[in-house]
Design a protein around this ligand. Structure first.
Ligand code: GLN
Ligand code: ZN
Length: 800
């Protein structure tokens, strides 16, 4: 008979408390989505922020979502269901609040929740915490600010509250908390980096709080706790690794505490693994998808540990190769005292449920698994691993033997499930579209000639002759405000309430309006405004072969913001031109140069769920060549300037230095495949959304774009010095208008930024543009800001 969660937890309860005897943990997931299967939390948050619902009503939505998640996960059994993975905004922010790292500027708000949202979003009196990418994912966390004299104080209400809430529902969960080392490594010094103080220096003080937290969790009845330490998947100093060991030795020494699982993910933790395994914690979670099981096998210190093996990819949407996962688990059996299958990281990064995606191509659908399906996969793996059931014929206990040995229904069902997963995946390599020979031969044939343009000086001359632009030419990054009317039209088209032709007419009208406005403002290089694009990646994914879209495949990007990444499942090519009609229509409305607008291969990869059966470099090359076709067609249609946006170039940079060169190699090559087919007189622009170049500065040079626009207003043009120092010698457009703020920059402010810019870049290579696209802003401020931008450029020009 299968043990029910209740019986196993009663047995476990008897074992706990005896030193060295901890309740075993079953197959598990490291975390679960929280935004709601229909984005319920997003809607509730936004209504709350607009003052439409109060804290109690928001709380009810949160509680409903938590309960639903726990019932969904409860078949995993006691301690295997995570809690405290819910958040009203972000888990790092939750942890900051838990340890009392609330900067003074947020004190004195009406309620704790109001303080929390002020930290997340800012308010009239205080700038919010900085937000940045969570490792190499598209999730963003809030960066805690820790000062040298920080007074930590424990507020465990959230973790305890969720644990108790679930317990009342009959589910004994495993609270999940950001580990103290990762918390501090991701925090920033409140006084600024220059002050010499590092938040990590405060680890000892923070551990005091975590010790109390452990006691409190044990008192509440928690048998297991999970501390997340993903920071060790990136390069860490010996000192930091040693501190990790000391920290967990200290936490493990707490007398009355739950068993500790230290979860690591987003890659192997290398030299930190033996150190962590040398501490007395009960379990360690390792990422066997982004990291390697071989690395784990080489660590003898794991001998007495429970190894939580992340064999189900928590970050991507592919169905797990269960045979391979079982083989991995099998291969780890001798290394540790117990091996428990798990997801490679939290399921936060994948959508809820595949079953609701009725419009998905059924062939593709069979290869996919979203959060719900992945929970089933770990459960199945858990059962199969305990029964030593392997479905592969070569394995010691083959499927046939297993069925023969235990003629039990559960077992037969399991064998059937393994078989059906295997059959679905077996179809994949030969399914139409997965491999398109013409695409493969084209990428294979692309050589140095395909990525090399004429020398920059020669191109620059040809472009200058053709375009006849003034010095300090003005332009924008591409999008103009996405108005409610545009969004409504798109929704109506989707619901079939208006015809394609009506929709196109509405978009054309908007293009005309935007072109007229730019002419009136006096901008030099115009754009069509991108009204027809829902999203800069989704838009291209819909037109390229090899992609599928979901209806409800939302994942949280930050706070209430969700994205719906397309699924890249096959060889990518471009059946027909994608943007040429819009660009030529816009160009026909004006005598000024019109800039065509495309998204680059790296960004398309970064913001999609990408196939796992082909190296990323090959996928990028395929997309690069598809974009190349589009550049050629735009050029043939007379468009003189084409911008290929790569805002995600830095985001995809591997966490470890050792892997970065190879990445930069293929990513730069893909961009050049996209752009190097352009004639000398076609000007290629690129746009990068950020100003911290550090590791990618050489790659930016390697892109060989004629003009690169970057973010610079907030950092007051400081980045130009770095670029100059590296000998960057092509056109550069440092943003002079911070589009993240609703503030209209005065002419004088823009002039002073331009004055700073001409200090480090010769004026004949300088462009004048905003920091980023304008789609999130309103027309009133955009018109005023662009008018000031044009005036400032003219005045600076005249003064040169
Ligand atoms: N062309 C895009 C726009 O203006 C670029 C956006 C981006 O870089 N994120 O919206
Ligand atoms: Zn941008």
């Amino acid at each position: 008979m299968q043990r029910t969660p209740e019986t196993s937890s009663t047995a476990a309860a008897a074992e706990v408390g005896r030193p060295g005897r901890r309740p075993p943990i079953g197959a598990t997931v490291l975390g679960y989505p929280r935004i709601g299967p229909r984005r319920e939390l997003k809607r509730a948050l936004e209504r709350h922020w607009r003052g439409r619902i109060d804290e109690a009503a928001l709380g009810a939505v949160g509680s409903g979502l938590r309960r639903a998640a726990w019932s969904r996960l409860s078949p995993l059994g006691a301690d295997a269901v995570p809690s405290n993975t819910f958040s009203y905004y972000d888990q790092m922010l939750d942890t900051a609040v838990m340890v009392g790292a609330v900067p003074d500027r947020f004190r004195g708000r009406r309620t704790p929740l109001a303080t929390y949202f002020a930290m997340a979003r800012g308010d009239d009196d205080a700038e919010p915490l900085e937000m940045t990418k969570w490792f190499d994912t598209n999730y963003h966390y809030l960066v805690p600010e820790i000062s040298a004299g920080q007074e930590f104080s424990l507020d465990p209400a959230k973790a305890l509250g969720e644990f108790t809430e679930a317990l009342e529902q009959g589910v004994r969960t495993r609270p999940v908390i950001i580990g103290p080392a990762t918390f501090l490594l991701l925090a920033k010094a409140a006084e600024g980096a220059a002050c010499g103080f590092r938040p990590f220096d405060r680890l000892d003080d923070l551990l005091g709080l975590y010790e109390v937290l452990l006691t409190r969790l044990a008192a509440a009845g928690a048998q297991w706790v999970q501390f997340d330490e993903p920071a060790f998947a990136a390069d860490r100093s010996d000192e930091e690794i040693a501190a990790l060991g000391t920290a967990y030795t200290r936490l493990a020494a707490v007398h009355h505490r739950p068993a500790i699982l230290v979860a690591t993910y987003f890659g192997g933790i290398g030299p930190a693994l033996p150190v962590l395994a040398g501490t007395p914690v009960e379990a360690i979670g390792v990422d066997c998808v982004a990291g390697s099981a071989a690395e784990v096998r080489a660590v003898p210190q794991l001998r007495d540990k429970t190894l939580v093996a992340g064999v189900v990819d928590g970050r991507n949407v592919w169905r797990t190769d269960l045979d391979a996962a079982l083989a991995t688990i099998e291969s780890l059996r001798d290394v540790a005292a117990a091996v428990v299958p798990s997801t490679s990281c939290s399921l936060l990064h994948v959508p809820y449920d595949l079953d609701v995606e009725e419009a998905l191509d059924p062939a593709v659908r069979r290869w996919l698994a979203f959060a719900e399906q992945k929970v089933e996969e770990v459960r199945l793996l858990g059962r199969a691993a305990t029964d030593q059931l392997s479905a592969s014929a070569e394995s010691p206990v083959g499927a046939r033997d297993a069925v023969a040995a235990g003629n039990d229904d559960g077992r037969a069902a399991m064998v059937a499930q393994l078989a059906s997963a295997r059959a679905a995946l077996a179809e994949r390599p030969a399914a139409p579209g997965v491999r398109v020979d013409a695409v493969r031969s084209r990428t294979a044939a692309a050589g140095q000639a395909e990525v090399t343009r004429t020398a920059y000086d020669v191109r620059a001359k040809a472009q200058a002759d053709r375009l006849g632009l003034p010095t300090l030419p003005t332009t924008t990054i591409g999008s103009f405000p996405q108005t409610d009317a545009l969004r409504v039209a798109r929704a109506e088209l989707r619901r079939g309430e208006i015809e394609e032709a009506q929709y196109d007419a509405a978009m054309r009208a908007e293009v005309e309006r935007v072109v007229r406005m730019q002419e009136a403002l006096g901008l030099d290089v115009l754009v069509h405004g991108e009204p027809e694009r829902n999203d800069m990646v989704q838009y291209f994914a819909e037109d390229l072969a090899g992609f599928a879209s979901t209806e409800l495949g939302w994942v949280q990007s930050y706070g209430s913001r969700c994205v719906r990444p397309p699924i890249l499942w096959g060889d990518v090519h471009r059946p027909a031109p994608m943007t040429v009609e819009w660009a030529t229509y816009a160009a026909s409305l004006t005598d000024r140069p019109m800039k065509g607008m495309l998204t680059g291969p790296v960004t398309i990869i970064a913001w999609s769920f990408v196939r796992d059966d082909l190296p990323l470099g090959e996928v990028a090359a395929q997309i690069g060549l598809a974009i190349r076709d589009e550049v050629r067609d735009l050029e043939a249609a007379g468009i003189p300037i084409v911008q290929v946006d790569e805002p995600a170039l830095r985001e995809l940079l591997p966490l470890r230095k050792a892997d970065q060169a190879a990445y930069l190699d293929w990513s730069v090559r893909a961009f050049r495949l996209a752009t190097a087919g352009a004639a000398d007189a076609t000007q290629i622009h690129t746009h990068l959304c950020y100003s911290e170049f550090g590791e990618v500065i050489d790659a930016i040079d390697g892109l060989d774009a004629d003009v690169t626009s970057i973010e610079a207003a907030r950092s007051r043009m400081e980045v130009l010095g770095d670029l100059h120092a590296r000998g960057f010698e092509r056109g550069i457009g440092p943003g002079v208008y911070d589009i993240h703020s609703p503030r209209v920059p005065p002419v004088q402010a823009i002039r002073s930024l331009l004055a700073a810019a001409v200090e480090s870049v010769p004026a004949d290579r300088l462009w004048v543009n905003p920091d980023c696209g304008l789609k999130t802003r309103g027309y009133a401020e955009v018109e005023a800001a662009l008018a000031n931008l044009v005036t400032a450029a003219r005045e600076t020009r005249a003064a040169l």
